[in-house]
Ligand binder design. Structure first.
Ligand SMILES: NC(=O)C1=CN([C@@H]2O[C@H](COP(=O)(O)OP(=O)(O)OC[C@H]3O[C@@H](n4cnc5c(N)ncnc54)[C@H](OP(=O)(O)O)[C@@H]3O)[C@@H](O)[C@H]2O)[C@@H](O)CC1
Ligand SMILES: Nc1ncnc2c1ncn2[C@@H]1O[C@H](COP(=O)(O)OP(=O)(O)O)[C@@H](O)[C@H]1O
Ligand SMILES: [K+]
Length: 517
């Protein structure tokens, strides 16, 4: 499990150590971790540190201090290091150490327009302007310089531009929400201290942070419960509902699906096939007869039922994919939502939510659908606002509806109504294709019907967060299946579902053979 904290949580954890006079020691640990990560990057790119050019953008606070000490370390290893001071104030001891190591110093405010070009030609560019002490976005000379660098350093660089390394977090990323205050210099690698910051693991901050590497500076015993968690492949065996010898199809769990409508068949087919691929005792389907006919051919494992939700005994329901303008499917969705059973409510069902929901109802909107869910709660936002701060709005929607909310995106965020957050970043942009969400809904439905609460308890997940963890598990498997199906190229929603069994099989194998490692 990967954990993340808000900037304030990390600062509070540091407080007792700072009060003990351990501040300088913490900074040395942070700077060493940063320098070591840069050394590894340089060795991979150039084969040596000696003779490389390193530019350090240093702000006025401790973030600048970390970056300057790391620059000093690299200068002593033979790098040609330049520090650009972005403020009229700086960390005095760190700058003195940087000079002693042979580093060159320039003031951003006094440099000419050629500076950005020179910096863009360095082997490594360290962003040490703002850390957890930031308020808002970059201002003044720092803002001008970073905007000029943004123009010069195009992404992806294919290894040709500088290795951009963010110190603690990319300057301008909000540590607590992942919001971006432009301009932000997108990093290849973020070296973060004491614990990952929430804003590095949720979009859009995650998109600006590149790979995130956490340096242990000894805050562990002082850290509170994390503000956000991420399941990793190693968490899957403990949570996965592996059937036992005494199981039969009804003890494993039955998923009922009320999806599809006269005009949308595909969503039901994709969701049902993904549920079967995920492994479930049985899938029961309720919906138009023509879709049943197609299921008989394409997923003959699925049992077509008739009658009401109550008459089709299931451990969980998936309602809504492709269920548009169909009063019978709407009635089934309403009945499922009132049943007290775990329900995954997607697409069409998101417009049918009753006033009272519980955490056992998992809403699976994309950003546009979340706008509608929030409007139903009297909150007026637009899609851009949701995309600018997905974790914040997922949590708001969970709090207002009382349901668990899985908000789809490049990084998928899950919020429990208790305020707990998960974020999964296992997907690839090749998965941005129609029907990919229906496949996720099928995977999640199967897991909602089969994951055992005692396994979640044993993994240390508190009961109010059980369904959030199940949703995170589904997003993890969906992302890995999509990444495997794409294998670096185009894929389809059906192919994502098709890849699920092999991915799960590999996840349940010995650690060294797991995907995503
Ligand atoms: N605490 C510790 O022991 C350890 C901390 N560590 C490190 O310290 C970092 C936190 O350091 P910090 O608290 O000094 O804040 P930090 O982010 O460097 O700078 C804040 C200064 O920037 C300024 N400023 C603010 N907003 C601005 C803006 N929008 N645009 C422009 N300027 C702005 C403002 O200064 P002013 O504007 O007043 O000149 C303010 O004082 C943390 O991220 C980690 O890297 C590690 O070494 C481990 C040990
Ligand atoms: N850029 C991206 N990177 C990674 N995953 C993505 C990206 N865009 C979309 N996805 C994933 O693809 C799926 C799309 O879901 P959705 O928008 O509901 O599609 P549909 O309704 O067509 O099935 C979600 O699981 C989402 O997380
Ligand atoms: K920074």
């Amino acid at each position: 499990m990967i954990k993340a904290w808000t900037g304030n949580q990390i600062r509070s954890a540091e407080a007792p150590l700072l009060a003990n006079g351990q501040g300088p020691e913490l900074m040395q640990r942070a700077a060493h971790g940063l320098a070591n990560a840069i050394v590894r990057g340089l060795l991979r790119r150039r084969g040596q540190v000696y003779g490389s050019t390193v530019a350090v953008l240093a702000g006025s606070g401790n973030n600048g201090g970390d970056a300057l000490y790391a620059g000093a370390f690299l200068a002593r290893r033979g790098a040609q290091a330049t520090a650009v001071l972005t403020s009229a104030r700086w960390h005095t001891e760190a700058l003195a150490a940087f000079r002693r190591a042979g580093g060159t110093v320039v003031q951003a405010g006094q440099a000419g327009p050629a500076l950005a070009g020179e910096l863009a030609a360095a082997d490594v560019l360290v962003d040490g302007i703002l850390g957890t002490g930031a308020s808002g976005g970059l201002r003044g000379a720092a803002a001008g310089l970073v905007a000029a660098l943004q123009e010069r350093i195009s992404r992806p660089t294919n290894g040709t531009g500088p290795l951009v390394v963010a110190c603690d977090l990319p300057s301008g990323v909000d540590a607590d929400t992942g919001q971006l205050h432009q301009p932000v210099l997108r990093a290849d690698l973020t070296v973060t201290f004491g614990g990952a910051k929430l804003g590095l693991l949720t979009d859009p901050g995650a998109g600006a942070a590149g790979r995130v590497w956490t340096v242990d500076i000894g805050l562990g015993p002082h850290l509170p419960e994390p503000a956000l968690r991420r399941l990793d492949p190693g968490d899957v065996p403990a949570l996965w509902p592996v059937p036992g010898r005494s199981d039969h199809k009804y003890t494993r769990g039955v998923l009922g699906i009320a999806a599809g409508s006269a005009s949308y068949h595909g969503a039901a087919l994709l969701a049902a096939r993904a549920a079967v691929a995920t492994g479930v005792g049985m899938v029961r389907y309720l919906g138009p007869g023509e879709i049943c006919g197609q299921l008989n051919l394409l997923a003959p494992e699925v049992v077509c039922g008739s009658g009401t939700i109550a008459e089709n005994r299931s451990q969980a329901w998936l309602v809504g994919p492709g269920a548009v303008a169909d009063p019978e499917q709407a009635q089934r969705a309403r009945e499922a939502l009132a049943s007290g059973l775990p329900v995954v409510a997607d697409a069409g069902a998101l417009d049918l939510l009753p006033a009272e929901l519980g955490p056992h109802v998992i809403l699976t909107p994309h950003a546009g659908e979340l706008v509608r869910v929030l409007a139903g709660q009297g909150v007026s936002v637009d899609r851009e606002q949701v995309e600018a701060s997905p974790a914040e709005f997922a949590r708001l929607a969970a709090g207002l509806t009382g349901a668990t909310v899985l908000l789809k995106g490049a990084a998928t965020v899950v919020a429990s109504p208790a305020g707990t957050l998960f974020s999964q970043d296992n997907a690839t942009a090749w998965m941005a294709t129609a029907g990919s969400g229906d496949t996720l809904a099928g995977i999640l439905g199967a897991l909602a019907a089969t994951v055992r609460p005692q396994d979640l308890d044993r993994a240390g997940i508190a009961a109010p967060d059980h369904f959030a963890a199940v949703a995170a598990l589904a997003a993890l498997v969906h992302g890995l299946a999509g990444t495997a199906a794409a294998a670096g190229g185009p894929t389809s929603a059906a192919a994502i579902g098709h890849a699920v069994p092999a991915v799960v099989r590999a996840l349940l194998r010995e650690p060294e053979q797991r995907p995503g490692r």
